[in-house]
Design a protein around this ligand. Structure first.
Ligand code: BGC
Length: 740
């Protein structure tokens, strides 16, 4: 009450000073932001404070109208700006100005291994968001790829914390350079989708800090992210949107995060925990149908009326509320109140060019027995098979679904460059071409039987010089899609059988896999080439065609290990997925028993197994030679750096890019450590015959492990090895050095 009176007095005062022609401090752009926040905070009423910390519609929360703070509009994220939905419904609003450019999915971005692509991505997305008047983009996602069944892996940046960290930082910086906040998600341990609201993750401190948190930490500390989204799941029996350890202790106290913690939509469950455990902005809470009867269903949010009443009854002081509002105001000054923002552009030529560039750099050539690139002079009869050649992939998959101005389909792009190119569908998978009221593309209905479809494809394949099979997964439920995980590692819709039938009559087959996840490939030895094409957005067809025909020399590298079978993955080998239901069937405990041994860190310990394709792997149409690495020292101290340099030569006849990767191996350690860990990389572009010196520098942080006894990162003196090469399994250079 006292506070309320004070606010009232302040408001009157502000009216007076304004009337006298002075700019109030909170509006004075010459004043430091923290001072302006203090001033604004002192003028706000309790109702205004409560209002700014929870939603008022599906994607917006109120500003402070009386003081001139506009409403805050958020939007998904992370691959393009989602179409507007109705005020309180998920269905699209049917605007005519919200068709966007779809950028490649983040798995593809990670596969570029090129931080400059992430910066470009962030900047372009920021411009699209500005045009659409969105101040917060709900992305990027950096949850670690723990199992290839994960339904949302396509929205994330792979299995390695270092790679994800290097790629997330420029994305955040690029986006925020436009005055649009990144909302890095889903913090934390949201590594699979099945039962995502009920999963309680049990994980060691080492795995938490070494594997699952580094990309978030980098986004916060190096990227300067202005907001972060809490995850749906639980950690230590507390929902992550109000998890005291993750939010109060690690994020805010240890990492010094000064931005806003936003709940995932419907991820807030409890007023008390929300007030005390670090949540700042509650979004998407299910209103229990009250929308129908009450004047404002948003009043029933956990951080709305219930919180206000508790303050009025003296259960909480203003301390927690002011802390949240302060963060919201800081976000306002960084976004909605930032008047020097650049202009926004939607669907500009530059954005399409960027989407194409990123796609082309991210596509990975996995196998090539001389079939690619296709030479149109000698390869006349080309047959394309597969549903993914004609299916739009920007619609579906959950919250990342978009309404695009255009999406070039693979078949259209291929037909445009090859006269008389033949097509056979081969199978019918998912014919749905709509999501939340956005309907696109041609009808995919086909009433022919599976046998008829297959017979047609096989007959045509007999007569073809080459078969381009464009298949894989899609954005339907239980595939690469939010809310559920995949139910099998194998390809759906009988694609394996179809591929086997096709290679029997024509082994000149290139398999183009459209997905965000690895899939089983039992026929791998029988196909001549394999291309991992991801979900690459608006420019999909052009990018794929350019790679297949050699206009672009592929240079993507896998951001995850491509297991031969599920049991090669630690989470599955140890039967830790999806977890064990408690007796009351409310919570499912998922213990990350593999600890820090995720992805290649797990594979490296399985002496008798090899994945289909290792982490960091990808071929090119040219060849590269790596010379011997030298180092600028053999011994370093804790605050030193060490630089390794090696010559890299393009020994083939076309221009291309190679990614030089440096892994560190700790040879003397008091704790168990992975055989090796990625700690530096650099992508180098080379003309035929050209040589460049590549330098990779690491410091002590690259030698450290998280010491769960002290809660500190520790680098133990002793011997280390730097392993340098072109994939996690092709490390031709090794160099021993010592930490003093
Ligand atoms: C997703 C978030 C998304 C939000 C808003 C949630 O279901 O998990 O990633 O940003 O919805 O659409």
């Amino acid at each position: 009450m006292k506070q309320k009176l004070l606010s009232l007095v302040c408001c009157c005062l502000s009216a007076v000073t304004t009337a006298q022609g002075q700019t109030p401090v909170y509006l004075d752009e010459s004043k430091p932001i923290e001072q302006r926040i203090d001033d604004a905070l002192a003028r706000m009423t309790l109702d205004e404070k409560i209002a700014v910390i929870h939603a008022q519609s599906k994607f917006s929360s109120p500003g402070v109208k009386r003081l001139g703070f506009p409403d805050l509009w958020t939007d998904d994220g992370p691959h393009g700006v989602r179409p507007d939905v109705l005020w309180d419904e998920w269905v699209q609003a049917g605007q005519t100005n919200d068709s966007c450019v779809a950028f490649p999915a983040l798995t593809c971005l990670a596969a570029t291994w090129n931080p400059a692509m992430a910066r470009l991505y962030g900047e372009c997305l920021g411009e699209e968001a500005l045009y659409r008047k969105k101040s917060v983009i709900l992305g990027p996602g950096v949850n670690i790829y723990r199992t290839p069944l994960g339904g949302r892996n396509f929205e994330y940046m792979g299995e390695d914390p270092y790679l994800a960290s290097r790629m997330v930082v420029p994305y955040v910086q690029g986006l925020q350079s436009k005055g649009v906040a990144a909302c890095v998600k889903h913090y934390a341990l949201n590594n699979d989708e099945e039962y995502r609201h009920q999963v309680n993750v049990i994980v060691s401190d080492r795995a938490l800090h070494e594997i699952y948190l580094p990309a978030f930490k980098a986004a916060v500390q190096e990227g300067g992210a202005w907001s972060i989204m809490g995850a749906y799941n639980l950690y230590q029996n507390q929902h992550n949107c109000h998890n005291s350890i993750l939010l109060n202790k690690i994020l805010k106290q240890d990492w010094g995060f000064d931005g806003v913690v936003i709940s995932d939509w419907g991820g807030c469950h409890d007023t008390d925990e929300a007030v005390n455990n670090g949540l700042d902005l509650e979004m998407g809470t299910w209103t229990d149908g009250l929308t129908m009867g009450r004047t404002n269903a948003y009043d029933s949010y956990h951080m709305a009326e219930a919180y206000k009443q508790a303050i009025l009854q003296g259960k909480y002081t203003m301390k927690e509320l002011d802390e949240k509002v302060r963060r919201l105001l800081r976000l306002f000054y960084r976004t909605t109140m930032q008047h020097e923002k650049p202009f926004g552009f939607l669907c500009s030529d530059d954005h399409y060019a960027a989407a194409l560039k990123i796609a082309q750099e991210g596509i990975v050539l996995l196998k090539n027995e001389g079939l690619l690139p296709i030479n149109p002079a000698t390869t006349k009869r080309i047959l394309v098979v597969g549903e993914n050649a004609i299916k739009m992939m920007t619609v579906g998959g959950g919250s990342s679904s978009l309404k695009v101005q255009k999406e070039i389909l693979p078949l259209d792009a291929l037909q445009a460059r090859v006269a008389g190119l033949e097509y056979a569908r081969g199978y019918v998978g998912d014919t749905i071409q709509s999501f939340d009221g956005v309907t696109v593309g041609r009808s995919l209905r086909d009433m022919r039987s599976a046998e008829e479809l297959r017979a047609e494809a096989v007959e045509k394949a007999r007569l073809a010089d080459i078969v381009i099979f464009i298949g894989g997964l899609n954005k339907a439920g239980f595939q690469d899609s939010e809310g559920h995980d995949r139910q099998q590692y194998g390809l759906p819709y009988g694609q394996d059988e179809l591929i086997e039938a096709l290679v029997k009559v024509n082994p000149q087959l290139v398999y183009v896999n459209v997905s965000g996840n690895a899939v089983a490939m039992p026929w791998l030895s029988r196909v001549a080439a394999v291309v991992q094409a991801w979900f690459v957005g608006s420019q999909a067809g052009t990018a794929i065609a350019n790679v297949l025909f050699g206009d672009v020399n592929p240079s993507g590298k896998l951001p995850f290990t491509w297991y031969a079978s599920l049991d090669q993955c630690g989470a599955h080998a140890l039967s830790t997925y999806p977890g064990t239901w408690r007796a009351d069937h409310k919570i499912i405990d998922e213990e990350y028993k593999e600890g820090i041994f995720v992805g290649y860190r797990w594979m490296d310990r399985q002496k008798k197994q090899s994945p289909l394709f290792p982490f960091g792997y990808g071929l090119s149409y040219t060849t590269f030679k790596l010379g011997k690495a030298t180092a600028d020292k053999q011994e370093l101290t804790a605050d030193d750096k060490i630089t390794f340099t090696l010559p890299v030569t393009n020994t083939g006849s076309v221009a291309g890019a190679e990614t030089i990767q440096l892994y560190v191996s700790d040879l003397q350690s008091s704790v168990e450590r992975p055989v090796k860990e990625l700690k530096a990389f650099q992508k180098v572009f080379l003309l035929p015959g050209e040589t460049k010196q590549v330098s990779l520098t690491i410091d002590c942080s690259a030698l450290s492990f998280y010491n769960d006894q002290t809660g500190q990162w520790t680098a133990e003196p002793g011997e280390f090895k730097a392993l340098i090469g072109t994939s996690s399994k092709n490390l031709i250079n090794d160099y021993k050095f010592r930490l003093k």
